[in-house]
Structures are given as structure tokens and as C-alpha cells.
Design a protein around this ligand. Structure first.
Ligand code: NAD
Length: 385
């Protein structure tokens, strides 16, 4: 297959983890005989410094013409001035909106080799295998914002408006429903319907779409505050979770602790299937931020970015065997004890970002043979999503 991938390294550890993700992509191309053409472009703080815009037109143009987008992370203290007119995060929100990426899939499948890195007891982590489907282009992050003097002259007043339409809720529910059908058939919808009007519309719409289009699914509704507790108390009960933008943002950082480190979790942001395409267009990125506290020191865990490449292969290019081979190479690497400091057990030797990336890439070829010859010889419990 020939495919064009837009790579947007971004800021902080973004370029470090994207470099390893591209090494993994090249290893897959060579093992399976594909031709992946990678074009790089600026986003976030690096783009502000070079062009004044967090999302330059050339970057958007490259992404629109690509088959998929691979992103690192954006942001950092250099661009954190609260009074700044342009901010790196505008690049991230802008690209999601411009490319119509409304569904963000965040799988959480703790690897046994990382159990010591999780604050939860190992028995709580056994059998945890969940995916959060987060709505990505609506809600409070995209609503009208204002800030100004308070009418009574005492201090200021700030407003962020949260809006959801029936159509926005329907389409993300369909992505989550279809995913749950391919998995264990359980869908949990998370909202705050006891307080928020948007959540009442959310709950009503999810209930109708599931009843009409996915009657086979077992549907559960949870309030977000209770869900935050259940995610730690009974994480193995969850299969697919669907929730709105801000709740998904917060709950997936919490869920990352099930996996031991935020550095190992990938994500896929999917839009509609483009005319003439066989798969949904998507942007793939680790869930972590630019981690300025460890940037430039070879400490960043590249696994989240590498597993994002596996999601890219699966969801954007339809290359299931390739995705599985890469996931198996990651599993194998972690199993061998090779991992960065964030994931290593206390006292264990930590590897650098590049060492982990090279170890995964070196294992891809061996797993490509296994995957081609046996549909079942893959990564332990099966694919990540
Ligand atoms: P963060 O995810 O960057 O870091 C949180 C903690 O996790 C830090 O201690 C960091 O060292 C650690 N960490 C993150 N990624 C890691 C990795 N790959 N390997 C090992 N450890 C890792 O979140 P933050 O500190 O709240 O934000 C830092 C900057 O990133 C901010 O400017 C924020 O706006 C931005 N941010 C960007 C994204 C994105 O680009 N998608 C997401 C979240 C935050």
C-alpha cells in the first residue's frame, strides 16, 4: 500500500516520541512491503514561534491531503502567558475542528509488566480492557467564552458556554456503539444529567440511538462523579465508555493510572469516512501532553506514540495485521523489561526513549511473520481496540 502520513511533532517531548513512532512506522513498512510517505509540519508553540499561528495554513493543507495524521503534543511554559492572544492549544482544538474529528478513542489495556507502576493493586487491574470514546469537537471547550469586569465593579466575571446538539451526540454514540458491538457488547454513557441540560439531552439521545440501532448492547448510564470512583473501584467492568468532551478529557487522564503511566496510552481522533475512502479519516496521538518537565532528556515514554501508529494502521489504513504486529512488538518489549523510567518498577534499570523505540522497531519484523501466518498469534489478549 502507498499512503501519505502527515507528522506534526509539536512541542516538548512531542518531537522525541514522534521520532520513535516514525521509526516504528518505517519498520512496519519494511516488514510488510508498504510505501509510507511522511510529510512533517509545524503545530502548537513551535508553529507560533516560526509563523505566528499555532495552526499554519500549510499544516492544515498537508493534513487535508494526507491519508492520516500523526501528532506528538503541543504547549509548554514558553507560551503560557494567560494574556497571550495565540496559544498552542488553539492549534490542537483548531485541527480537530477543521478536520471534523469528532470521536476520540482512548483504549486502556494495562500491561502486566507495568503493574508496579500503577497505584492500584494488581488484582484490581486484572482483566481491565476498556475504551473511552470521547466527543471531541463540541461541549464547553468549543463554546462561547467571555471575560470582563463584574457589573458591580468588584473583580471580573468569566463565562464558558457548553452546547451539544442531537446530531453531535448521535454520531459519537454510533462510533461507540459500533465499537462495543465488535467488543464485549457493553456500553457505559457518562454524563451529569442530574444537573446539566446538555447532559439530559446526551442521556436521552444515547438511550434512543442504542435502542433503535444497537439493541444488542447492554447500556449503562453513570453520573460523571460516580464514574470517576467506579473507574478505580471496578475498572474491569467497563468495556466501551462514551462521554462528552470535558468529562472524557478528565476521566482518561484518571484511567491512564490503570495502565501505570500516561506515557503508554494512545488515541485515535476519527472523523467521517471521506468520499471514495474505505476508512474513517483520523489523527493519531498519545494522550499525554508536551511534558516540559522531562523534555529533551531522553526520558519520555514513546509507547503511547508508537501504539498511536498501530491505531493509525488499523483505523485509517485498514491494515489490521500490521497493527497487530506492532502491538505485539510493544508487548514483547515491555515484557522483556525494557521501559522508560515512568513505567519501570522502583529500582529497575530505566531505558531511554530511543532505546525503547529501537527495541520495538527491531521486534516488528519477527511479529510480522507470526501475524501473517497465524491470525491468533498476536499480543496476549488481542488487539488494543
Ligand atoms: P503532561 O501530560 O504533559 O504531563 C503530565 C505528567 O506526565 C508530567 O509529570 C510528565 O512528565 C508526565 N508525562 C507525560 N508524558 C510522558 C511520557 N511520554 N513519558 C513519561 N512521562 C510523561 O501534562 P501537563 O504537565 O499538564 O501539561 C504540559 C503541557 O502539555 C501544557 O502546556 C499542556 O497544555 C499541554 N498538553 C498538551 C496536550 C496535547 O498536546 N494533546 C495534552 C495535555 C496537555
Amino acid at each position: 500500500m502507498r499512503a501519505v502520513i502527515a507528522a506534526l511533532p509539536g512541542d516538548g517531548v512531542g518531537p522525541e516520541v514522534v521520532a520513535e513512532a516514525l521509526t516504528a512506522l518505517r519498520a512496519v513498512a519494511s516488514a510488510f512491503g508498504h510505501d509510507f510517505i511522511v510529510g512533517e509540519a509545524l503545530i502548537g508553540g513551535a508553529a507560533i514561534d516560526a509563523t505566528g499561528s499555532p495552526l499554519p495554513a500549510e499544516t492544515l493543507g498537508l493534513c487535508r491531503s494526507a491519508d492520516a495524521v500523526l501528532l506528538g503534543a503541543v504547549g509548554g511554559p514558553k507560551w503560557d502567558d494567560p494574556g497571550a492572544r495565540v496559544r498552542p492549544e488553539q492549534g490542537l482544538l483548531g485541527i480537530r475542528k477543521e478536520l471534523g474529528l469528532f470521536a476520540n478513542l482512548r483504549p486502556v489495556r494495562p500491561h502486566p509488566a507495568l503493574a508496579a507502576a500503577s497505584p492500584l493493586r494488581p488484582e484490581r487491574l486484572a482483566d481491565v480492557d476498556l475504551v473511552v470514546v470521547r466527543e471531541l469537537t463540541g461541549g464547553i471547550y468549543f463554546g462561547a467564552k467571555s471575560r470582563g469586569p463584574a457589573p458591580d465593579g468588584r473583580g471580573e466575571v468569566a463565562t464558558d458556554v457548553c452546547t451539544y446538539s442531537t446530531q453531535e451526540i448521535e454520531r459519537v454514540t454510533r462510533v461507540a456503539g459500533a465499537l462495543a458491538l465488535r467488543r464485549r457488547g457493553r456500553l457505559t454513557s457518562i454524563d451529569k444529567a442530574n444537573v446539566l441540560e446538555t447532559s439530559r439531552l446526551w442521556r436521552q439521545t444515547v438511550t434512543r440511538v442504542v435502542r433503535e440501532e444497537f439493541p444488542q448492547l447492554e447500556l449503562e448510564h453513570l453520573l460523571v462523579d460516580a464514574a470517576a470512583m467506579h473507574l478505580l473501584r471496578r475498572p474491569a467492568d467497563f468495556d466501551v465508555i462514551v462521554t462528552e468532551n470535558m468529562f472524557g478529557d478528565i476521566l482518561t487522564d484518571e484511567a491512564s493510572m490503570l495502565a501505570g503511566s500516561i506515557g503508554v496510552l494512545p488515541s485515535a481522533s476519527l472523523g467521517d469516512v471521506r468520499p471514495g475512502a474505505a476508512h474513517r479519516f483520523g489523527l493519531f496521538e498519545p494522550i499525554h501532553g508536551s511534558a516540559p518537565d522531562i523534555a529533551g532528556r531522553g526520558l519520555a515514554n514513546p509507547v503511547g506514540a508508537i501504539l498511536s501508529v498501530a491505531m493509525l494502521l488499523r483505523h485509517a489504513l485498514g491494515l489490521e495485521a500490521e497493527a497487530r504486529a506492532l502491538e505485539a512488538a510493544v508487548d514483547d518489549t515491555l515484557q522483556s523489561g525494557l521501559m522508560t523510567a515512568d513505567a519501570a518498577a522502583p529500582g529497575a534499570r530505566a531505558s531511554s526513549t530511543a532505546e525503547v523505540g529501537a527495541a520495538v522497531a527491531a521486534r516488528v519484523a519477527a511479529h510480522s511473520v507470526l501475524v501473517i501466518h497465524s491470525a491468533t498469534a498476536t499480543c496476549g489478549k488481542g488487539e488494543y481496540v
